[in-house]
Structure formats: C-alpha cells, structure tokens
Design a protein around this ligand. Structure first.
Ligand SMILES: NC(=O)c1ccc[n+]([C@@H]2O[C@H](COP(=O)([O-])OP(=O)(O)OC[C@H]3O[C@@H](n4cnc5c(N)ncnc54)[C@H](OP(=O)(O)O)[C@@H]3O)[C@@H](O)[C@H]2O)c1
Length: 258
C-alpha cells in the first residue's frame, strides 16, 4: 500500500540504531525503515535475530547494514562507524538504544560491573554520538538516546543502570547545545516499563510487573511502538525546536504521589 507523504519522513536517510537485534531497538529499526530509512542494524550477541531484522528491512526495499560491535570496547565503537562510513558515507540519525548492566543494589555493584555498565550505556553514547556527528551532512541530523526514569528514581537493583541513564540525559543537553550550529539535534526518551527480554534479568521482575499494571493510570501498558512513535517524531524536522530534552513516555505511571 502506498504510504502518505508524512509517513516517509526518512526517505533517503541513513539511521543507525544500536542494539536493534531485539526488543525496542528492533521495533525502532523496522519503524524507521517503514518511513523510508536505510538502517544500520547493530547487534552484539544476537546474530541470528539481527539477521532477521536486516532481512525484514530489506524486504521493505531499504538497505540494511548488519554491524556487530561490543560497545563496551572503544575500538569496536570506532569500527562500527568506520563500517557506516565505508558503506553509506554518511549518517543522518544515531539512536543509542543498546544497554546492559549489573543488576545489583548499589552496595553490591563492583568495579568490573560498574565499568561494563558505564561503558556500554554511557561511554558508547558519548563516543558514538561524536562519531555519528562527524558523519552527518551539512543539513544536520539527529541523536537520540534511550533512558528510563531510573535515572532519577530508585528501582530495586538498578543503581548502575540508573546512574548511566542520568549521564546519558546530561550528555544530550551538552550535545544539543554544542552541535546546534551544525543543525544536529539531541534528545532522550525516558520510557516506562515495556515487556522485553531485558527484564528477564531483573530479579523479582514478575512482582514489579504486576505492580506496574496495577498502578498505571492509563488503560494499557506501554509498548515498543509507543517509543517508536516518539523516536520518529524527535528525530524529525518537526521536532527541531525540542532540543536537549528527556521526554517521558509512561502512560502517566510516574505522575501520582504514592
Ligand atoms: N524494556 C523496558 O522496560 C525499558 C524501559 C525504559 C528504558 N528502556 C531502555 O530501552 C533500551 C532498549 O531496551 P530493551 O528492553 O529493548 O533491551 P533488550 O531487549 O535487553 O536489548 C538490549 C540490546 O542491547 C544490546 N547490547 C547489550 N549489551 C551490548 C554490548 N555490550 N554491546 C552492544 N550491544 C549490546 C543487545 O544486543 P545483542 O542482543 O545483540 O547482544 C540488545 O540488542 C535500553 O536502553 C533500555 O535501558 C527499556
């Protein structure tokens, strides 16, 4: 079916989404492709899943570049952008969606777990955004990071990840100001809980999930497509006056005072 013109906001654009092998990142990759983008499908361990995402993107008539990188390693972050440069010669949108973490109380996070979490979540965003910006054309581009309200609230076992999300939210403010003269925008999305594989690793997630369902003011749970709707808007020209912001999307979950 022919799409309406406003559904092709990313025609001719190259979009890189870290961690697009599964979960929210996969949904973002497919939705950007639906709107016309060629997509860099980045993954680390989930090679088969990433191949399937790339093949779905190609099935829509777009280009898909499959790129493996362990984002905890600086040289692999650099390698990812070299690959993008070699294949496309440019990048229009960089979405740092990949995340990992040591899910422990703050008192039990060791140096190794801290370094891993910081490197994958925050340092990879810092370095990735720097390399992405250098590949963006004169007409500008967009940088987007996935955060969560664990950046400012306290979740069980979320100390290391929450801290890196706070760093990410701070970085988008700096990028938004420092890259403004190059017409590059930067924002973050702070999402509420969405059922993806990531959550299986959190001890006690079942009870936490039931609690979220009980508390959410709106009539349904948040889905990856809700995040994609916001991401597609924030990385577009329509959002050019929204700069350096962290937009919360959670169905009102965090509004009521307990
Ligand atoms: N799900 C939620 O409820 C929720 C809520 C708020 C915010 N978020 C944020 O949204 C984003 C996506 O969440 P999700 O639930 O979709 O996560 P997910 O299903 O666990 O997927 C995580 C992604 O990150 C990649 N990744 C993990 N470690 C990596 C590493 N060392 N190097 C490179 N890539 C790595 C994984 O790639 P491989 O599988 O290929 O290794 C995977 O594609 C995250 O930033 C998360 O913090 C999620």
């Amino acid at each position: 079916m022919e799409q309406a013109p406003n559904m092709r906001r990313y025609k001719g654009k190259v979009v890189c989404i870290t961690g697009s092998s599964r979960g929210i990142g996969k949904r973002l990759a497919l939705r950007f492709a639906v709107e016309g983008a060629d997509v860099v499908v980045h993954y680390f361990r989930s090679a088969e899943e990433a191949r399937e995402v790339a093949s779905e993107v190609k099935g829509m008539g777009r280009e898909a570049l499959l790129a493996r990188a362990n984002l905890s390693k600086e040289e692999q972050v650099v390698g990812l952008f070299e690959k993008i440069q070699d294949n496309f010669g440019r990048l229009d949108v960089f979405v740092h969606n990949a995340a990992s973490g040591r899910n422990r109380p703050a008192m039990e996070v060791d140096a190794k777990g801290w370094d891993w979490t910081v490197n994958v979540n925050a340092r990879a965003f810092l370095l990735g955004a720097q390399h992405a910006a250098s590949l963006m054309p004169e007409e500008g581009g967009a940088i987007l990071a996935l955060s969560s309200f664990g950046s400012e609230r306290v979740f069980h076992n979320y100390a290391s990840v929450g801290s890196t999300k706070a760093a990410i939210e701070s970085l988008v403010r700096y990028f938004a100001v420092e890259l403004a003269d190059r017409k590059i925008n930067a924002n973050a999305i702070s999402a509420g809980a969405i059922a993806t594989d990531a959550q299986k690793h959190f001890p006690g997630i079942e009870e936490a999930w039931a609690e979220v369902e009980r508390k959410i003011p709106y009539s349904r749970m948040l889905e990856a497509d809700d995040v994609a709707n916001l991401a597609l808007f924030l990385c577009s020209k329509e959002a050019e006056m929204i700069r350096g912001q962290t937009i919360r999307i959670d169905g009102g979950l965090t509004l009521p005072i307990p």
